[in-house]
Ligand binder design. Structure first.
Ligand code: SF4
Length: 251
């Protein structure tokens, strides 16, 4: 018994008391900060493997970015990645960060459907669909529910059946083979329901964008309620995004 107490004492707290203010290590790549320093912009443009960088002004689309860090390594005077993990939003355009713009990324309350706050504020059950995912975002979604991040304390949990869900969480670039199962899952989820995209692959197709093996027509049919970027998305990005969407918690 004494040994058990000793182990518990040395382990300390297993959970993060406040997931809205938690700090992450400096190596984490969150919201980029782009300075107005002049560089050879064409070289910057050419090095991005997923065309996430645009010019005039220099900007990075976090919906496409794989967070490989190459641009920040090659042009540290121009681009740095901060540890700000609160980068989820309900507006696709908010994922585009431009030079000189240090506005935090967040939810636009005016664009949140009224039933989301009304019905899902206390409890939100989600069905996860890995639509050609590589299991990285799926792991992070699992981690969001572990004892450390403990998303369940906010009443946000994953369920096995779409019939018990309030919405679907999509990971992966949506392959042709997963297009129909995704549609079946969506149809089986009762209204009103939300759609959440987690990770670069789900938001833009990522490195698979434009591939004939994808069928992303599902996203043309329904509005997306929340974009959670990352490659993979961090559990704190996931939890804060869902909290901000459902509970009006400011980031
Ligand atoms: S970190 Fe993002 S924007 Fe920079 S090179 Fe990699 S994919 Fe492109």
């Amino acid at each position: 018994m004494y040994n058990n107490f000793k182990i518990l004492y040395h382990q300390g707290k297993q959970f993060i008391p406040d997931v809205t203010t938690a700090k992450v290590p400096g190596i984490f790549r969150g919201r980029p900060i782009i300075s107005k320093v002049e560089i050879d912009e064409n070289k910057l443009l050419a090095l991005c493997p997923v065309d996430a960088i645009s010019l005039k002004p220099v900007s990075i689309d976090l919906g496409k970015c794989t967070f490989c860090g190459e641009c920040a390594i090659r042009f540290p005077e121009k681009i740095q990645f901060s540890t700000d993990y609160k980068i989820s939003t309900n507006e696709r355009d908010n994922l585009i960060v431009s030079e000189g713009d240090d506005t935090p990324i967040g939810i636009n309350p005016a664009k949140v459907r009224t039933e989301i706050h009304k019905l899902f504020k206390q409890s939100l059950k989600l069905r996860q669909v890995s639509a050609g995912g590589d299991n990285s975002c799926e792991w992070e979604l699992n981690a969001a529910n572990n004892v450390q991040f403990d998303m369940g304390r906010f009443g946000i949990e994953f369920v096995a059946s779409p019939r018990h869900a309030d919405g679907i969480v999509i990971t992966g670039p949506i392959t042709e083979n997963m297009a129909e199962p995704l549609q079946i899952c969506y149809d089986a989820t009762p209204d009103p329901k939300i759609i959440v995209l987690v990770g670069t692959d789900a938001i833009s197709g990522g490195i698979f964008a434009g591939s004939e093996a994808l069928n992303r027509s599902f996203l043309d049919k329904y509005p997306v309620d929340l974009y959670i970027p990352g490659n993979p998305a961090h559990p704190l990005t996931i939890i804060n995004g869902l909290l901000d969407l459902t509970r009006k918690v400011k980031g």
